[in-house]
Structures are given as C-alpha cells and as structure tokens.
Design a protein around this ligand. Sequence first.
Ligand code: FES
Length: 133
Amino acid sequence: MYRQQILDHYKNPRNYGDVDDATFEHVGENPMCGDTIKLFVNLEDDDETIAGISFIGDGCAISQASASLLSTELQGMTLEAVRDMDRDDIVEMLGVEISPMRIKCAVLAEKVVQDGAAIYVGDKELDETTTET
Ligand code: FES
C-alpha cells in the first residue's frame, strides 16, 4: 500500500507542466518499463540556487509522486546539494519502504535532476538519463 502522500502527489502532481524559459531541462527513462520524466529547472540569479522546478512525465505512482515531491523539496537548494543527494534521501522523502523492484521508480526523478545539473555545469555529457546507469 502506498501511503497517502504518494497517492496525493500522483493524483495531484505539484508543479506539473513544461516551461519554455527553464535555465536547463533534462529527460530520463526507466528502460524496464518505458516510464519517463522530464524536468525543467529555473535557477536564481546566482546561477546555482534552484528557484523552481516543474516536470512532465508518464509512469507509475512512485515515479511520478517522486518527481512531484522533488519539485517542491528542491526549491531553494543549490545544484551542489542536489548532486550530493542519494537514494536514501529519496526514500526518506517518500516516507515509505521501497522494495528493490521499485527503487528505480523512486530514484528516476532524482537521477534526472542530478544529471541535468551535472550537464549544466559542464561535468557530464548525456542526452538522456536512464535508471540503468
Ligand atoms: Fe516504471 Fe515505476 S514502473 S518507473
């Protein structure tokens, strides 16, 4: 059973929608199921603090709720802090036990924003994130 928070974010995703003027955007896929998430990140004038995130996507409750939760939780964080996050941070944010089968669902959005940040600062070259890497 999913906790109420996950169902709420799945049914009523926060910050859902694409934007034309994002500082950067990035897309990722879980190749096991084909579910996708595309994130749009806007930075403050300091070029490192997240002013806002929105997303579009298609997938299971955990993947989409995780993107929705991240879009609210990462506001005000620096790109460096985002890149330091790990899967435990996502599991804690979701507030439920995540089975090994579903962990890729949970971390898809995190990996997308982390790769997007790495590409933006010039540390990575990548067209699309997958949960396989
Ligand atoms: Fe595809 Fe969860 S089943 S990301």
